[in-house]
Ligand binder design. Structure first.
Ligand SMILES: C[S@@+](CC[C@H](N)C(=O)[O-])C[C@H]1O[C@@H](n2cnc3c(N)ncnc32)[C@H](O)[C@@H]1O
Length: 245
């Protein structure tokens, strides 16, 4: 008999465990799935290209996002971390998957970029004592989290984002890609069905404590473009209010 739930973290861990083993892509146990995913670098996976997200690049190049301390969540092979380091940002980048981080470190070495890569779960001890950050960036990690982890995610933003700092992301867009089942069904199915689709309204509600600067569909990019873009994704930029605002 187990009667060991005492904290919110215990509840989160219990809810993580309701999903079937093969469905887990967000805890330390999910790292092996991502390692397998990254094993063949020649696969035609859109985000394997060494190009930054077009939305992120647009904000940097228009001066909306200025060089500062940045944390990238679920950085994968590091394409956005590299871009930010190349534009004068001081980058911490975290991922669950050792294979993704090996690839990201290789890319950084080749580019001569200085990036602090960290291995671990964004909700685990790897980020303890870090921050505050001027920018927290997430390209495609948030939509792989189960509903209850939105609570952990918002707590992470609250803890690590400086007042006046920016939070920017890309995620699956409803109607474009991702699972559109209601949250409760995911627990019944014990699966996220490959990642969750979000509507603009749901994203505005989830990140309602932040000021929306831009939320739009990503612009698809041609093979020649220096940027990555797929129109089945949202690109969003929000700002944490300062106490005065
Ligand atoms: C769709 S991939 C995107 C990778 C990268 N951001 C890009 O766009 O090229 C999602 C990444 O999130 C990572 N991830 C998922 N859950 C995580 C967690 N709890 N902590 C750290 N990384 C996580 C996975 O290992 C994977 O590399």
């Amino acid at each position: 008999m187990t009667r060991d739930i005492r904290t919110v973290d215990d509840v989160m861990t219990m809810l993580d465990g309701l999903f079937s083993d093969g469905a887990d892509r967000w805890t330390e146990e999910g790292a092996a799935w991502w390692d397998g995913f990254y094993a063949d670098r020649s696969k035609p996976v859109p985000f394997f290209v060494p190009k930054p997200d077009e939305g992120l690049a647009a904000h940097v190049e228009r001066g909306v996002l200025k060089p500062g301390r940045v944390l990238e969540l679920g950085c994968g092979p590091g394409r956005n971390a590299l871009y930010l380091a190349g534009h004068g940002f001081e980058v911490d980048a975290v991922d669950l998957s050792p294979a993704a981080l090996d690839w990201a470190r290789e890319r950084a070495r080749e580019a001569g970029a200085e990036i602090r890569f960290h291995h671990g779960d964004i909700f685990g001890p790897v980020l303890a004592g870090k921050g505050p950050y001027d920018l927290i960036y997430d390209s495609g990690c948030f939509h792989h989290l189960p509903p209850h982890r939105r609570i952990s995610y918002l707590a992470l933003l609250e803890r690590l984002l400086a007042p006046g700092g920016h939070f920017a992301f890309t995620s699956f867009a409803a109607g474009g890609m991702g699972c559109e089942l209601p949250d409760a069904d995911l627990y019944r199915d014990r699966s996220l069905h490959g990642g969750l689709a979000y509507t603009a309204e749901s994203l505005r509600a989830i990140f309602g404590a932040y000021e929306e600067i831009e939320l739009r569909r990503m612009r698809s990019q041609s093979a020649e473009s220096p940027y990555f873009g797929e129109d089945f994704l949202w690109t969003g930029l929000f700002r944490r209010p300062t106490p005065a605002s």
